[in-house]
Structure formats: C-alpha cells, structure tokens
Design a binder for this molecule. Structure first.
Ligand SMILES: Nc1nc2c(c(=O)[nH]1)N[C@H]1C(S)=C(S)[C@@H](COP(=O)(O)OP(=O)(O)OC[C@H]3O[C@@H](n4cnc5c(=O)[nH]c(N)nc54)[C@H](O)[C@@H]3O)O[C@H]1N2
Ligand SMILES: Nc1nc2c(c(=O)[nH]1)N[C@H]1C(S)=C(S)[C@@H](COP(=O)(O)OP(=O)(O)OC[C@H]3O[C@@H](n4cnc5c(=O)[nH]c(N)nc54)[C@H](O)[C@@H]3O)O[C@H]1N2
Ligand code: SF4
Ligand SMILES: [Mo]
Length: 729
C-alpha cells in the first residue's frame, strides 16, 4: 500500500443554503471524497424548505465547470499561463502602486457585481481594500438594479438599508408593480421564501392580485387584474392612485398625521396633476386606475411591491417612492398584510452607518455616489477621459458589466485600453476578455457564510450558517483573502486604519506558530463578533454554539409588528413621505411632454428573466435550459403582422448604439409597441486553461441601451426604456 493513496471517505450529508439569490433555499448535499453527489431541497429547513429551483439543484455543475479557472492566470499575448499567487499579488501590487504614484489613488477603479452580495465577507473586504488605497473610482451593480430602493429608503426612513419586508400571508390585496415573482422569486433586498406560492394561496382564499407589467408575464397570467402599463410610466400610474386616494379622502388619517410628515406637500403635488393626463401617460384607463386605487385603499390588508421593472427607467426613483407612499398613506406600514420592518438577529442598519463612504463627485459627469458607488454608466468615460484621476487599472469582482450594464460595446472598448485589468471570478466571461490577470474565486459551496447584514431582509427572524460543503480546489482563494493579501502586498492599510496590516501579520504569525489557522484574522472573527452582538429575541441572545447545533437554520421567533417606528433612522423618527428632491423631480416629469418614440425607432425594448439563468451566468451549464440555450425577441402578434414577421423569422433589432440579430417569437404577451428580449445572454465564456474556442449562447440586448441618460435621483440606467427599430433580415 502506498502512502499517497487517499482513503476514500464515506459519503456525508451537509446542510447549507443556496447563495445564488436571496430566496436562500435550504439545501441537503451529499458529498463523497470531496465531490458533490447530489443536491436536494432541505426538507428540514424551517424557513425555506419548499422553495428550491433547478439552479440550486445543479450548483455542483458550476463547481465542476470544465472552463473553471483553477490558479491565477497571467496574460501572455493572446493566451494565458498559470502562475503562483505570490507572483500574481506581487505583480498586481507593483503595477497598481506605480499607477497611484503617477495619477493618484483614483487611477485604480473597481466594480463589484451581484454575487458579491451573497457572500458575508466579499464586499466588506473589498471596501477595506478600496479604503486602503483611498480610491473614489468605485462602481457597482446597484446602478443597474436596486439603487432606487436605497435612495428612497434613505430619504423616507433615514437609512438606505431600511427596507420593508412583505407580510404575504395576511395580505388581501397585492399590487405588484414591475416584478415577476413567478419566475424571479419574491426577492429584492427582501426575501419571502415561496412568496409567490404563498400569495397564490391567499388568492385561493379570496385575496386579489393586481400585476402591473407591460408584458403578460407568468405572474400577470395568474393575477385577477393585469394592468399593461406603458414602460417607464409607473410613476404616472402610481401618482394617479395617490391623487385618487388623497382627493377622495381615502387615506389612513392616523398614519398620515402621526407616522408620516409631508402629506400636505403630497396633497399640493396631486392638486397640480390631472388624472386624464396621467392616464394618458401610463396608457391605462382612468376609470380602471380609480377603481384600483379605491379597492387598494379599502382592502383590509394590502401592499404595493415595486421592483426592477419600476427602477430601470429614468423616472424609476419617483415610481419606487410613490409605491412606498401608497403603502404609507393607506396605513400599510407595520400592519398585518402590509410591509413590516424585520429587526432580525442583527442590526445591519448600524453596520451600514459605520461603513458609510465619504461623499464624492465623479470626475467626468460630476455626479455623487449612491450607496457607496458611482454609476456603471459613467465607467467608460472615466477610463477614456485623460486627466488626473483617470482610471488606469480596474478590478472586476463577481461581475459581468459589459453584459449587465448599458452600452456594453462602449465599456468593452474602454476596458481594452486599461494598463491593468484584474478579474476575480470562477470563469472568464465577456467582461473579462481584456484581463491581464484572472484570479480564481471559490464557489459558495466551497465557503462558509454568515449573512448577518441580510438579517433584516428576511420575512421572519431567521438565521442559518451557510456551511461550506466541499473544499475548494487548492489554487482557488476567497475574495476576502485576496483583498487582504493585496493590501499587504501594496503596503496600504486595510480598512484605511493605520497599524491594521501589522496586526494581521501578527495574527498570521501566531496562527503559524501554534498551527491553529483560525487564529489568523479573517471573516470568521467578525462572524463570531456579530453573533455576540446579536439582538435578544424572546428574551434570549443567539449563541455560536446554538447556531452550530442547527445546521438546517433557525427561525428565532414569530413575525412581529411594532418594530417599524423604532427602527426609523430619520431624526424626527417619522416617515418622510414627501422628500423635496422627489417632489421637484415629479414636477419636472409632469411638466415634460408624454412619452413618444423617436423617428425610426418605434418600439420600446422590454426585458425578461429566465427561470434557469442567474443574470448573465449559469446559461452555459448542461443541466439548465434543456429546451434551448438562446434568447429570442417577443413581438406582439399585431405588430408582427404589420412588420411582416412570422414566428421563427430572423430579425434585426437596432438602436442608435447597436444592433442584434435573433429569432422572433410572435406572442400575445407583450403590450403593443414593445418587444421583449431576455437580458444576460451573448456573454462569451473563454477557456484560458484549455485554449478551446469561446462558447457563446444568445445575444446581448443591452448593446442596444445608450449609456448617457440615467435616472438623476438613483443614477440607474434606463435598461428597459430604450427605443428600437425591428426589421426582418
Ligand atoms: N436589461 C437588463 N439588464 C440587467 C437586468 C435586467 O433586468 N435587464 N438586471 C440587472 C440586475 S438586477 C443585476 S443584479 C445585474 C447583474 O450584473 P452583474 O452582477 O454585473 O453580472 P452577473 O451576470 O450577475 O455576473 C456575475 C459574475 O460573477 C461570477 N461569480 C459568481 N459567483 C461568484 C463568486 O462567488 N465569486 C466571484 N468572484 N465571482 C462569482 C459569475 O461567474 C459572473 O461572471 O444585471 C442587471 N442587468
Ligand atoms: N430565475 C431568476 N431569478 C432571479 C434572477 C435571475 O436572473 N433569474 N435575478 C435575481 C435578481 S439579481 C433580482 S434583482 C430579482 C429581480 O426580480 P424582479 O424585479 O421581479 O425581476 P423580473 O422577473 O425581471 O421582473 C421585472 C418585471 O418588470 C417588467 N417591466 C419592465 N418594464 C416595466 C415598467 O416600466 N413598468 C412595470 N410595471 N413593469 C415593467 C418586466 O416585464 C418584468 O416582468 O430577481 C432575482 N431572481
Ligand atoms: S437560485 Fe433557486 S435554489 Fe437558489 S436560492 Fe434562488 S430560488 Fe433557491
Ligand atoms: Mo439584481
């Protein structure tokens, strides 16, 4: 018997949760010899056990991805060669330090994408590294996603993280605006596991579901009422509803007087708006709006829920705000069937206050940051415009901004001119094609996570330790460690705190001497601290031992009302229903003419999410999209007839900034005058290790979105507002 043959280990079962989306579904994973054999839903997870999808079931395919990066890879000409971490960190640190010496800290830019938010340590340590450098060139996914909610929460409730959660099980009237929970789950800085199934159960018991969406989605199909709003005009629809409620005196008197300030300003605002004008703008009959407003106000338990369909437009923040206003003025905050504040086991709002970034105006466009980052739409010009502060090096962490953001073509050209592009990912995708260094990251099945900062976003007090299921391949590292090592290699103090690097080195020396790796500083220190800082629930505080003893997760107590007012971070402890900047922007929108298509581009380009995709990733996995790996353009049957386009025909969809060619699907689902293309496709997956040809599926519809305009309040790109032309090829 040779010593080097490892003993085969007996199969074991690990309980954890999926970290692809906020649904956080409990998983039961069977493992043998550090290989995943099977992933099933964890039926013993008290929070989520019934919610589980094909993406979670096939997560092992991402772990065993045939094109996965397994060691740092350095660009040599048009190919890549594997190198050591030591070499990678030394080279990157030296090049970044030289660029800082020449152009200042802002020469180093960064972008983090959606998956970073599903790790307990990633964004925190990325920020610690950016603080070490002192760069203001920070970009993030929020400006193509949830910034509007952060801006509204900050202005109305006093904290960008004070996000209300939905009390689905007591709701009698759901007004779902710009969301398709049947496909995307009940998630967006809140998570209600099985939320759509639970809403349908309420409907079976008599509740009403209204879906506001320009497309007849899977959710709209099941709704009692479908309002096919004109894209980008939710603000007009919701303002009209606010007007009906205030003009007819249907508001909740007590909350309007005691919970909120600004209702008088709202009354003055709606006095200057005209219902027929608003109805014409949003394309919905005035009578239908009036009826919906009255029914909403009269329902016992009711909620408005707004999501990406509202935010990804130039008036997105106003739409988001008016959704919250409807909830506030009809007494839905902190009442059964409405929206609550979940205090959770950990006060993430406090953490957010500590982590606030210094205010900064961007160099080229002169715009402030939102939620700690500048808008992705500004990144290309910040790279290509000469001058002090010009971005010369970029680090992309968990992101695919060429696909997920506006005008990917322009960003791609800008990334090509960088002196240094560093990517941390599992595979090399479209946005990474010009990378000088590819640094391999661990998959969530390969790391531990305690998601303390989403504690307030679940619809009940819930905690689960996201246990690691398998060890990562030896050459792979977690992001936090990469950021720590990079700060050390650059000799810049992590978190911007002098002496911190010395402290980290000391803990590492002690760990090495004592052979106890846990003594080296890392996120596990913070996890323990967060548990120790946890809030008492039912008179008891969570303990680390208890957390470890509950691998299926714990529901820490019942859903409670009565925490909302206490949690408000506004100075007067009241909801600010009418922040002046929102009022001003609404008056601006009212004064502008209604929406009209520009000459030559008669259609509005809508968007769709796919059950089997996670934004731009997972498309390539063999276990998903069995019916075909591609996207298509949905065209309303009447529009298709006018264009002479039949089902399956190839069509060209074009805008002033780009064009794509794809097959048409003639459908009754889109509203007339709009065409719909799923986002997240058309991202090449390269093979830096094997050297095979890139794989690509579908086309990138965001190539058609111009980058110039953004919602001025949240700086969100209007990804679902572009006007396009369509013709048969
Ligand atoms: N038209 C249109 N565009 C949209 C949207 C839309 O609705 N319509 N939706 C927007 C929304 S809501 C979002 S959130 C964005 C997403 O935009 P992004 O976050 O920029 O892009 P993703 O497609 O999520 O790409 C994530 C990348 O992270 C990598 N990755 C996965 N897990 C890890 C990990 O643990 N560590 C590391 N280092 N890398 C990892 C993946 O391989 C992938 O390359 O797209 C936005 N774009
Ligand atoms: N399967 C799957 N699930 C996901 C994701 C995924 O990629 N795949 N992504 C996750 C992420 S990162 C996020 S942020 C959430 C997003 O969750 P949701 O916001 O629910 O995302 P969508 O399913 O894209 O729903 C948005 C809806 O808005 C509609 N819409 C577009 N324009 C307008 C408009 O002007 N007004 C109105 N009223 N509606 C409009 C679109 O037709 C679409 O049906 O989903 C998460 N869940
Ligand atoms: S991707 Fe699927 S399994 Fe994973 S958390 Fe989301 S809904 Fe659950
Ligand atoms: Mo998102």
């Amino acid at each position: 018997m040779t010593e080097s043959t490892p003993e085969p280990s007996a199969p074991k079962t690990v309980h954890t949760f999926c970290r692809y989306c906020m649904c956080s579904c409990g998983l039961e994973v069977t493992v043998e010899d550090n290989r995943i054999r099977k992933i099933s839903a964890d039926k013993a997870n008290p929070h989520s056990w019934r919610d589980f999808c094909a993406k979670g079931r096939t997560a092992d395919q991402m772990v065993a991805h045939p094109r996965r990066i397994l060691a740092p890879m350095r660009r040599v000409g048009d190919t890549y060669v594997e190198d050591t971490w030591e070499a990678a960190l030394t080279d990157i640190a030296a090049r970044m330090n030289a660029l800082i010496a020449e152009g200042g800290p802002d020469a180093i830019g960064s972008y983090y994408g959606n998956p970073s938010g599903h790790s307990s340590s990633n964004v925190m340590f990325m920020n610690a590294w950016m603080d070490a450098i002192g760069t203001n060139s920070r970009f993030a996914v929020g400006s193509v996603d949830q910034n509007a909610l952060h801006v509204v929460a900050e202005a109305m409730y006093g904290s960008s993280l004070m996000v209300p959660v939905s009390d689905v099980d007591n709701c009698d009237y759901f007004l779902l605006v710009g969301t398709n929970p049947a496909v995307s789950g009940w998630v967006w800085l809140e998570s209600v596991p099985g939320g759509w199934r639970r809403a349908l159960a309420r409907q079976a018991g008599g509740a009403t579901i209204v879906v506001v969406d320009p497309m007849r989605t899977e959710s709209a199909e099941k709704a009692d009422v479908h309002l096919a709003v004109r894209p980008g005009q939710d603000w007009a629809l919701l303002l009209a509803m606010v007007k009906v409620i205030l003009d007819e005196g249907l508001q909740h008197r007590q909350d309007c007087a005691e919970l909120a300030t600004g209702v008088g300003e709202l009354q003055r605002l709606v006095a200057d708006a005209d219902l027929d004008d608003l109805a014409a703008r949003c394309g919905i009959d005035r009578e239908l709006i009036e009826r919906t407003a009255r029914d909403f106000a009269a329902a016992r338990g009711a909620m408005v829920v707004t999501r990406t369909g509202v935010s990804q437009h130039e008036a997105g923040t106003v739409g988001e705000w008016l959704g919250h206003v409807l909830n506030v003025i009809t007494g839905r905050m902190d009442r059964p069937g409405g929206r609550r504040f979940e205090p959770g086991y950990f006060d993430a709002l406090k953490l957010a206050e500590l982590a606030k970034t210094e205010p900064h105006l961007s160099r080229v466009a002169g715009r402030p940051m939102v939620a700690g980052a500048h808008a992705l739409a500004e990144l290309p010009d910040e790279i290509t415009t000469p001058g002090r502060g010009q971005i010369k090096a970029m680090l992309i962490n968990c992101g695919n901004p060429v696909i997920s953001g506006p005008d990917g073509g322009k960003l791609d050209r800008a990334l090509a001119q960088l002196d240094l592009l560093v990517v941390i990912d599992l595979v090399q995708r479209e946005s990474h094609r010009h990378a000088h260094w590819l640094l391999p990251a661990a998959h969530w099945l390969e790391r531990d996570d305690l998601m303390a900062f989403t504690s307030n976003m679940h619809d009940e007090p819930y905690v689960q330790y996201g246990a690691k299921v398998v060890d990562p391949p030896p050459g792979v590292r977690q992001e936090w460690e990469i950021f720590v090592d990079l700060a050390l290699a650059m000799r810049r103090p992590l978190f911007g705190v002098r002496g911190f690097n010395t402290f980290i080195r000391a803990t590492r020396r002690i760990a090495a001497l004592t052979r106890r790796p846990a003594l080296a500083f890392g996120p596990h220190w913070l996890d323990r601290l967060f548990v120790r800082m946890s809030r008492k629930i039912n008179g008891r505080r969570l303990t680390w031992r208890e957390l470890m003893a509950h691998p299926h997760g714990m529901v820490l107590g019942p859903r409670e009302f009565g925490h909302f007012k206490d949690a408000l971070r506004t100075e007067d402890k009241l909801v600010h229903a009418a922040p002046p900047e929102f009022l001003a922007r609404t008056r601006e929108l009212l004064a502008a003419p209604g929406p009209a298509a520009p000459e030559g581009y008669p259609f509005q380009l809508g968007n769709r999410r796919n059950r089997h995709s996670m934004n731009s990733w997972l498309n390539e996995l063999p276990g998903l999209h069995r019916s075909g790996k591609h996207n298509e353009v949905l065209i309303n049957a009447k529009d298709a007839a006018d264009l002479g386009v039949a089902d399956g025909d190839l069509v060209r969809v074009f805008s002033p900034v780009g064009e794509i060619v794809l097959a048409a699907a003639v459908s009754e689902r889109p509203r007339r005058g709009m065409v719909i293309v799923d986002h997240g496709w058309g991202s090449r997956i390269f093979d830096p290790r094997g050297g095979r040809q890139p794989e690509s599926f579908g086309v990138n519809r965001n190539l058609l979105v111009a980058g110039e305009s953004v919602d001025p309040l949240s700086q969100t790109s209007p990804l679902s507002s572009s006007y396009v032309g369509v013709e048969r090829v």
